[in-house]
Ligand binder design. Sequence first.
Ligand code: SF4
Ligand code: SF4
Length: 194
Amino acid sequence: MTAGQYFRDIFDTVQSVFIGMKITVRYIFMKPVTVNYPEQHLTFAPRYRGIHEFELNKCIACDLCAKACPVDCIYIEKTGPRRIDKVTGLVEESDPKNGQLTRFAIDYSKCLFCALCTEPCPTDCIHMGKLHDLSGYSRGEAVVEFSELDKKGQRTPLPLWIERNRATIPWVQDEFDRVRAGKLADNGGDIPKI
Ligand code: SF4
Ligand code: SF4
């Protein structure tokens, strides 16, 4: 190596450090684009597609959602056909002519959140929700049994972090109360019916 090459290498190194530090210093004074989640509430787009919300008392078990699903991750088990009562707009479980929906489950290890299942539903009882976290300790926990949740009055599962942080973060407590009360999210990401 020549002396000229030696000093050029030193110059290049110092110059590249200077350029890198210039960018770093510029970013120090810029407004952060990240949010301190979950302490700060993220605002989702109106068409955001989160974990489904399911109204079992409107489901006629027609299987159209399961047939529309491109990855076959909706599991439906029933004892017979179900029909909507014209007066109440709901499936009357006590009516002996109605079958029972013994299982309605979605496997979120396969779900694409494409919303294609919401489009063909004739009773508009399956929706894309607003919650997005489904962390768990086993792969089996990715399968959400909506028919079991309905027994607790819930339309959608409650993520673990909501259960754990609700006492300290007001908006998390609001979401907890909403889900426990069986209320749907304000605006979901369903595919609009034409
Ligand atoms: S969102 Fe898409 S992938 Fe998920 S259950 Fe519905 S149709 Fe299937
Ligand atoms: S399409 Fe709607 S009514 Fe039919 S099985 Fe699916 S959720 Fe139930």
